[in-house]
Write a protein that binds this ligand. Structure first.
Ligand code: GUN
Length: 295
């Protein structure tokens, strides 16, 4: 069994990005600039955004964090999105999700200029992803594909089972895995709460990508000998032995599943760091105009 070390891979990629940014700046260009909008004080969102700001520093990017209380009205948020859309000094930006219930996430996502949508959530980027055109790929699926590529995992013709059908992970990772590309070219099955025979479907899989957001979703009896298991879960479970009072739990029962695997990602230290670094890669692409040329 080989552990897929997302933390080490992300650190390598950050170094590669840093070298490119240093070269850009040496040529007289400005450093890439990522802005993030954070609404409210959700613990998970605070942590993610702080990690994104820290990663910007490590990559030599400029970052701007715009904070609002959770009683902000939708129009103020849309006006802020519009201001960032028009700011030539901002290459890309994200609105951290989830948003408070009184704000339409979809409306906010669609207000973002797709050329600055480094999260890859805008329908233009989602649509272009689905037909294999250059676009900003959403960060978690992109990070998973990078891990499969860097660990040399053969996906061509593989049976891949994706657990979960979210817009952020399940659907886009299924799209990328079925794309005629390397990595990709897999036979993909997407399972969700409505799937009747998840165990049988999983037992056929060469690659399982678990993104249900429910600890204990993948047990040893669901995994074929020699399978690759990618755990996207990051559920906070109470843990009195930790200073924070919680620990992160993946969707996979790691102790019983890992001995059967050829490769497996841990939680934490697997997919999580790759999500952040993929956002950095997208920001660099936004700054360089490689996906969508700058006007
Ligand atoms: N909430 C959970 N994951 C993400 C993400 O990748 N981007 C944003 N903006 N919000 C999230």
């Amino acid at each position: 069994m080989q552990l897929i070390d997302g933390k080490a891979t992300a650190a390598e990629i950050k170094k590669e990005i840093r070298a490119k940014v240093d070269a850009m700046v040496a040529e007289g260009k400005r450093a890439p600039h990522l802005a993030a909008i954070l609404v409210g004080h959700d613990g998970g969102s605070e942590t993610y955004v702080a990690s994104k700001v820290k990663a910007c520093e490590e990559c030599g990017f400029r970052s701007t964090l715009i904070r609002f209380e959770d009683d902000i009205d939708e129009q103020t948020l849309l006006d802020t999105v519009d201001r960032l859309n028009r700011d030539p000094e901002v290459d890309g930006f994200i609105v951290q999700l989830p948003l408070p219930a009184h704000i339409s996430e979809q409306k906010v996502i669609e207000a973002i200029d797709f050329r600055k949508d480094v999260d890859g959530f805008h329908p233009v980027n989602v649509g272009r992803l689905s037909i294999g055109l250059p676009c900003f790929q959403s960060a978690t699926p992109k990070g998973i594909m990078t891990l499969l590529e860097r660990y040399g995992i053969d996906t061509k013709g593989a049976d891949c089972v994706v657990l979960g059908r979210s817009n952020i992970v399940g659907k886009p990772v299924a799209t990328l895995m079925m794309q005629k590309a390397v990595p990709g070219d897999a036979t993909v099955t997407v399972c969700h709460r409505g799937t009747r025979n998840i165990k049988e479907v999983c037992r056929r899989a060469d690659i399982i990508i678990a993104a249900m957001g429910r600890p204990g979703s993948v047990t040893a009896d669901m995994v074929k000998e020699g399978a690759t298991v990618i755990d996207v879960g990051t559920t906070r479970v109470p843990d009195a032995t930790r200073k924070s009072g919680f620990r992160l739990s993946g969707d996979v029962e790691f102790a019983e599943v890992s001995p059967k695997c050829s490769h497996i990602t841990p939680v934490p230290g697997g997919v999580g760091p790759m999500t952040i670094v993929s956002l950095m890669q997208n920001t660099l692409l936004a700054a360089s105009g490689e996906v969508y040329p700058k006007d």
